[in-house]
Design a protein around this ligand. Structure first.
Ligand SMILES: Cc1ncc(C[n+]2csc(CCOP(=O)(O)OP(=O)(O)O)c2C)c(N)n1
Length: 681
């Protein structure tokens, strides 16, 4: 094939990339210039998409891992008309869509937010699993490929271990990853920090590995053809590329392969921008141009893609005619619609651990929601996701008819995989582990929050009451981190996450309902290992019905004098609601006429979203508020006022039986009563 136009288009991407960074006076030009050849061949000859509708559901997915290479992606997408030259010129400026690192925007062909290295390609593995899940249910008419672009940083990040292992283990032949191996990273050459044999590493994980010159159009083409023909394994194309390809100095010498071009305008790095742009065939006076022959070429590319879309759509329509039920279901999956569910029908035992109550909900979901996929990081028996697993089966190589992912011990990977599934669409993803290990997942939770995608994080063993396992396993400060994230607004102005710590079996069912119906942000469920005594019913129909008010973030669980203004408010969430209730009962023996209100605050972020009127009605000004938390006192501090008090933990846990710790730390009915006594009045 004549590569004149391919090389011209790649040079066009290089010119735009280098010029964008130069104009913005910040960014990463070197890597983008090296990766341009692969991008152009992929987008023009292999990636299937709808040029008139980037959201087309049957499109191949492309996940960028090194978000710092954003100029390369924007430049590529500008060739397709998804970014205008004006927008390209506004790289990194206020409210420009050409943000420093790409932010999820499917309408513009951006499938994921990227920046933290390693996550992007792991999202791709998740999307590839999602595609297999859909194909297992709807057949080849919904099949497509998933491509990932990874750099040295992504290969080095630990998350790549999980992504590589799982993709190989599951034999994801629908996944094709290009590794831009330019031997340069931010502050050193790659071989200054590693001597690993990357090819051997991926082969050991069960990948098909092809090594090529990543700047050679023919070699890229050949590798992509082989990768597309692979039916057993994911493919890694190791493309040896040239950092800063095309860069020249003032004197006209090569300035390629220089570490300094990784992360600054090339003129600051030591290259000459005018000579470079000229060298690449552009006009230094006016670099923000798509060459006319490249623009023409991309018009023919778009025509070919349209043809493909037409054929696939026709095939799918034919399939839909034959299988109207499946077509209907597919649409529901892709829209994220839930079937009709009646959570009140879920039978809960009383005084159970909230993880157990969650297990009951999961069993119900396994039978009633066909597109929930649950993952556990090797704790399914403890986090009670096994209740779901027992009604389905785990994914395995060649068989994605089940709906469970054994992620192995890799919490961060698991979280990213579930995010990738959410990005793909069609799946309601849930991932579970111990609460203390939520720390291993935070970077991805943060990305879910930024991307505003509805991944459900299920965390059990939520306090020091895991007991004998000791402080390594006892979360203390973890809820506070989530409450802070509830205070942080996403770009739509909503709390960036919804964190729910239910107080009993009824609230656990309601929390699940809230998580499943929350499509705006990720949701987190924080659940106990130990049994929790229910706050008795006082005339309410059931625990579930009483807990429905939890949908306001906080509500009255119990009132000693119904309907009357309280003189003392007790406030908690999770298992401490029960502890405070028991304490309050003891206290009330001596204060029978005292009007006590017990409030459960399942999510402080959600409560803060309620009207002033509701908040003031629930927590009237001037009434003493005493609160209790098994986490840091700061969890509830904002709600008690200067006059109130929070009883919480301000130290790590200790290894001892949970009951002993309850006593030592002050979380028994008697000690809760003393806390109330000491602080009331
Ligand atoms: C998790 C994470 N750690 C650190 C960084 C900061 N960082 C951005 S790029 C980079 C070096 C990456 O080198 P490479 O992936 O080879 O990109 P190239 O130099 O080829 O552009 C680093 C450390 C980051 N973005 N993400």
């Amino acid at each position: 094939m004549n590569n004149t136009i391919a090389n011209k288009a790649a040079d066009n991407i290089r010119i735009l990339s280098v010029a964008m960074v130069e104009k913005a006076k910040s960014g990463h030009p070197g890597g983008a210039m090296g990766g341009a050849d692969f991008m152009n061949i992929l987008y023009s000859e292999f990636l299937n998409f709808n040029p008139d509708d980037p959201t087309w559901d049957l499109r191949d997915r492309f996940f960028l891992d090194p978000g710092h290479m954003s100029p390369m992606l924007y430049a590529q997408l500008s060739l397709l008309g998804l970014f205008s030259m004006e927008e390209i010129k506004e790289f990194r400026q206020w409210q420009s869509p050409t943000t420093g690192h790409p932010e999820l925007d499917i309408n513009r062909g951006i499938e994921n937010t990227s920046g933290p290295l390693g996550v992007g390609h792991t999202l791709a593995v998740g999307a590839a699993i999602a595609e297999r899940f859909m194909v297992a249910r709807f057949g080849e008419s919904v099949a497509h490929k998933t491509y990932a672009f990874v750099s040295d940083g992504g290969i080095q990040e630990e998350i790549s271990q999980g992504a590589g292992r799982i993709a190989g283990f599951l034999g994801l032949s629908n996944l094709i990853m290009f590794y831009d191996a330019n031997n340069i990273q931010l502050s050193t050459k790659v071989n200054d920090v590693t001597s690993e044999d990357t090819e051997a590493k991926y082969k050991a994980w069960g990948w098909n590995v092809i090594t090529i010159n990543g700047n050679d159009a023919d070699e890229i083409r050949k590798a992509l053809k082989l990768a597309n023909a692979e039916t057993e394994k994911p493919t890694l194309i190791i493309g040896k590329t040239t950092m800063g390809k095309g860069l020249l100095t003032k004197e006209g010498n090569s300035f390629e392969n220089e570490i300094s071009t990784h992360g600054q305008p090339v003129s600051n790095a030591g290259a000459n921008i005018e000579n470079t742009i000229k060298n690449l065939g552009g006009d230094p006076e006016n670099p923000f141009v798509i060459f006319s022959e490249v623009a023409e070429y991309y018009e023919t590319v778009k025509e070919q893609k349209r043809q493909y879309v037409k054929e696939r759509t026709a095939q799918r329509d034919e399939w839909g005619e034959k299988h109207p039920d499946l077509r209907y279901l597919y649409k529901k999956f892709m829209n994220g619609d839930l079937p009709h569910l009646d959570f009140s029908k879920i039978e809960q035992s009383e005084n159970t651990a909230t993880r157990g109550a969650s297990g009951k909900v999961l069993a119900y979901l396994a039978e009633n929601v066909e597109n929930v996929v649950v993952a556990s990081a090797d704790l399914s028996n403890s986090d009670k996701t096994e209740n779901f697993l027992h009604k389905t089966k785990a994914f395995e190589r060649g068989d994605f008819s089940g709906a469970f992912l054994h992620a192995g011990v890799s919490e961060l990977t698991m979280a990213a995989l579930m995010n990738g599934m959410a990005l793909h669409g069609g799946i309601i993803p849930v991932c579970a582990t111990f609460f203390v290990f939520s720390d291993y997942m935070k970077p991805v939770l943060r990305l879910s929050a930024l991307m505003e995608i509805p991944v459900i994080y299920l965390w059990t063993h939520d306090s020091f009451r895991v007991g004998e396992d000791g402080p390594t396993h006892q979360p203390v400060e973890h809820e506070a981190q989530l409450r802070l994230m509830e205070q942080l607004k996403n770009h739509k102005g909503n709390p960036s996450i919804l964190a729910l710590r239910p107080a009993g079996s009824g609230e656990t069912t309601v929390a699940w309902e809230m998580a499943l119906t929350n499509k705006k942000t990720p949701s987190c469920l924080i659940l106990t290992r130990q049994n929790v005594a229910e706050v008795e019913l006082h005339g309410e129909k059931s625990y579930y019905h009483r807990a429905l008010d939890a949908q306001k973030g906080a509500y009255t669980v119990y009132e000693s004098h119904k309907g009357e203004k309280p003189e003392l408010i007790l406030l908690a969430n999770g298992s401490e609601v029960s502890t405070l209730y028991e304490g309050a009962k003891l206290f009330a023996q001596e204060h029978k006429s005292l009007k006590i209100r017990l409030v459960s605050i399942i999510s402080s972020g959600l409560f803060m979203q309620q009207t002033d009127e509701y908040r003031k009605e629930l927590l009237p000004e001037g009434v003493k508020i005493l609160a209790m938390t098994a986490g840091l006192p700061s969890n509830l501090q904002p709600f008690v006022g200067l006059n109130g008090k929070v009883f919480g933990l301000d130290h790590f846990g200790y290894s001892a039986p949970a009951k002993v710790l309850d006593d030592k730390f002050g979380f028994t009915a008697e000690k809760a009563c003393s806390f109330i006594k000491e602080n009331f009045q």
